[in-house]
Design a protein around this ligand. Structure first.
Ligand code: IPE
Ligand code: IPE
Ligand code: MG
Length: 249
């Protein structure tokens, strides 16, 4: 996108209604590579450049939290060579980007069942969480081996254990208690979900948290997704009326 066009777009983005939390399903890498006659992993690699571009744009416009779906609990079904590559990506990404992210004062977080990640991946992720924990800027939350259903099951299990141990009364269980036991903890629910690739589904992402999230779909494949698309999604979001079950103000 030309600088001029970008400035024009930026002017159209209202500063008052920037979503606090934007979640993204980074989808379409495989098709992007296939269209070029390249192996699927070339698409995953190209997707990392998009990730960098979108993070810097989100930071510039003042978004507080970005959650990126990087690997789902269902993605283990893929061929082992692809899973292996996808599991190496976080390490590669963090090695390359951590300095820049530190300069941007970014806080890295992760949600999902991290215990199943390979040892080296887990170490890279844990180091990044540790090194950025005192930063105060944009929160980048990576969903790794994440599944919305697994997350809710985990929460129910923890709550049941508390009830069994006499630490919690069944009558005291409400939506807030359940939310407190999810991986997202103190992260607010997403205001906007962006899904590239043309699929019109949420694929087990943030099931509980997306109860009132605005959904934005595009046919653009993730490696082709850029700042312009991102700003358009934000502008569309700003034109929507969120009612949360109430009526127009
Ligand atoms: C998203 O791209 C990356 C992950 C799911 C990890 P895909 O690999 O799903 O790309 P398509 O959907 O096959 O094009
Ligand atoms: C969702 O994409 C998961 C990630 C992007 C990490 P998928 O490609 O796995 O979703 P489906 O299989 O098309 O629903
Ligand atoms: Mg896909």
């Amino acid at each position: 996108m030309s600088k001029k066009k970008e400035e024009e777009l930026l002017k159209l983005v209202s500063e008052e209604e920037i979503p606090v939390h934007v979640a993204v399903i980074m989808d379409g890498n495989g098709r992007w590579a296939k269209n070029r006659g390249w192996p699927r992993i070339a698409g995953h690699k190209a997707g990392m450049d998009t990730l960098r571009e979108i993070i810097s744009c989100a930071d510039e416009i003042g978004i507080k939290v970005m959650t990126f779906f990087a690997f789902s609990t269902e993605n283990w079904k893929r061929p082992s060579w692809e899973v292996k590559y996808l599991m190496k990506l976080p390490e590669e990404y963090l090695q390359k980007e951590l300095n820049t992210l530190m300069e941007k004062n970014v806080v890295i977080k992760a949600i999902g069942d991290l215990s199943r990640l390979p040892r080296r991946t887990l170490k890279a992720v844990n180091d990044a969480l540790h090194n950025t924990k005192d930063n105060t800027g944009l929160v980048i939350n990576f969903a790794l081996n994440y599944g919305g259903r697994a997350e809710i099951v985990d929460a129910v299990r923890q709550i049941s254990q508390k009830v069994a141990a006499g630490k919690l009364e069944p009558d005291d269980i409400d939506a807030q208690v359940l939310a407190d036991h999810l991986y997202t903890g103190d992260i607010p629910d997403p205001d906007l979900l962006i899904r590239p690739s043309g699929e019109l589904r949420i694929s087990n992402f943030l099931l509980w948290q997306m109860a009132y999230t605005e959904l934005w779909f595009t046919r653009i494949l993730w490696p082709d997704f850029n700042r312009e698309h991102f700003l358009r999604a934000i502008m569309d979001y700003q034109r929507r009326e969120r009612r949360f079950g109430g009526i127009k103000k």
